[in-house]
Design a protein around this ligand. Structure first.
Ligand code: FEO
Length: 169
C-alpha cells in the first residue's frame, strides 16, 4: 500500500523518466544528423538509463502492492541549433528531474513512508551524477568549440560509453 497522493506522484515519475528517454533520443537523432556518432551514442546510452529509471519506479510500485499507470507523453523538441544548446537543455532537464525527486522525497517524508524514502535515496545520488555528466560535457564543448579537432576527439571519447545497469537495479 502507498498513500494516494504519493502513488500518484510515483506514477507521474514513470512518465517523466520515459519522457526523458524520448527527449534524449531526439537529441541523439540531432547529433547523428550532424555526423557526430559519438555524441549520438552518448544519448542512446542515456535513453537506456532513463528507461531503466522508469522501470525502477514501475517495479517499486508493484512491490508495494499497487498498480503502475502508463500515461501519455508530450512530444519532445526535435530542432536544436548547436551541441551547446543540446547540452544546456539536457542539463536544464536533469535539474528539473532532480527537483521532482526532491519533491517526491518531501512528500514521502511527510507521509512517513520509510520504504519510499529508502527507495528514493538511490535517485538522489543518481541525479548528482546525471547533472554532473551533462555539465561536464557542456563545459568541454564550451572549451573546444563546435568546430575543429577538439569536438571530434570528444566525439570519439563519447563513442566508448556503454550502458551498464547497476547490480542492485
Ligand atoms: Fe532519470 Fe536523467 O534522470
Amino acid at each position: 500500500m502507498l498513500p494516494g497522493a504519493l502513488l500518484e506522484e510515483l506514477n507521474e515519475q514513470i512518465k517523466y523518466e520515459l519522457f526523458s528517454a524520448n527527449y534524449y533520443l531526439s537529441m541523439a537523432a540531432y547529433c547523428a544528423s550532424e555526423g557526430l556518432d559519438g555524441f549520438a551514442n552518448f544519448f542512446f546510452v542515456q535513453d537506456q538509463e532513463e528507461r531503466f529509471h522508469a522501470m525502477k519506479f514501475f517495479h517499486f510500485i508493484l512491490e508495494k502492492g499497487e498498480r503502475p499507470v502508463i500515461k501519455g507523453l508530450e512530444e519532445p523538441r526535435k530542432d536544436f541549433s548547436s551541441l551547446e544548446e543540446v547540452f544546456e537543455l539536457a542539463l536544464k532537464h536533469e535539474k528539473f528531474v532532480s527537483k521532482r525527486i526532491y519533491d517526491l522525497m518531501e512528500l514521502a517524508t511527510k507521509e512517513k513512508e520509510f520504504a519510499t524514502i529508502s527507495f528514493l535515496k538511490w535517485f538522489v545520488d543518481e541525479q548528482v551524477e546525471e547533472e554532473a555528466s551533462m555539465s561536464n560535457i557542456l563545459s568541454k564543448i564550451s572549451r573546444v568549440g563546435e568546430k575543429g579537432e577538439g569536438i571530434y576527439t570528444l566525439d570519439r571519447d563519447l563513442a566508448q560509453r556503454v550502458f551498464t545497469p547497476p547490480a542492485e537495479g
